[in-house]
Design a protein around this ligand. Sequence first.
Ligand SMILES: [Zn+2]
Length: 394
Amino acid sequence: MKISKPQIVQENNQITYRVDVESIRGNETLWYSLHESYGDLLSKTCDAPLVALLIPAMAIGEDIHINGMISERLLYNLSVPLQKLLQLIIPSLHQIKIHPEDVCCDKPSLVSGVATGFSGGIDSYCLLADHYYSKVSERFKITHLLFNNVGSHGSGAEQLFRERYERLVPVAELLGLPFLMINSNLDSFYDKKLSFQQTHTIRNASVALLLQGGIGRYMYGSAYHYSDAFVGPSTGTGRTDNITLPLLSTDTLDAFSVGGEYTRVEKTLRVAELLDSYKHLDVCVNAYNTNGYTNCSTCWKCLRTLATLEIAGCLERYSASFDLNAYKSSRVKFFATLLGSNDPLPREIVQFAKDRKYSFPVSSHIIHASGIYPMMRFPGRVIRKLKRLTNNSG
Ligand SMILES: [Zn+2]
């Protein structure tokens, strides 16, 4: 795989960083674009495309030749250690060699910008609780919020990416922080076998590396507690963030995972202390809600958040962002599924209820004891099974 020198082009109000990429897949261009007012953050190195294209190159087993400069520390970490780690997560990847035209050996020095991704969810707000709202050293206080299009909005879902960004603009304005929308075609280099879930850390870190001109520290909100950290096949990169991100750091960018010290319940309670979150918390898995609220209030993410808030006695605080009536009509069944689950997150909520001496509704216990709850979790599967049985018997 050959990666060209980066070209930086300004057009309309956007500034685009792009490299040509030549591989067995053909001739392609990898690009990132952002508003021109943030042009001074752009790095002139090839660190971002190298990180973005490492997994795709390992997938096709092609060495990488870069016609540009990369950071010495990144070359060291990506040449063997990170590749070995990625092979443990995705065993089909091949070990490859990296040949840069030039290596940057500057004295280590971090610039002052401190960035994190912002989605308005529990992980985002928890990170801000500790690194924006709290008293924290200036060098660890968030100065920039990022919103990236690197695969989380689905393939080709640029409209959804833009709509989600626009929805969060008032929240960023309330925080008084610059909110950077970074568009990219990076996702097109990852085939279906390399899912976003398995590769999101690397994809997002490539954007942080792109901004090394002004960003010296990049915090990645951890989705997992330390006790759930794990290296192995099919786990995705999220569980290995504490190992992966330091390997993606350079002498000018310090990347690391934060929030692993909290359980999901503890994070939710931390967020419930933030007045700003009451109107704007956005945890919903549904992209479009027509109920007039940010959150549908009945998907599994909405339900687990609201159940935790209810047990903590904080539910009413979120009446502007969640449809609490819709939640109240779903909570009995949801509590029944929690009581019957052996998964870590439901068990954590059940334990939290015990600690707080919170009593689940009697009807939840009855549903749980009756054994109906597993069928209620998978209604589609039950209906298909019943249909098959009906067809077979007919
Ligand atoms: Zn929802």
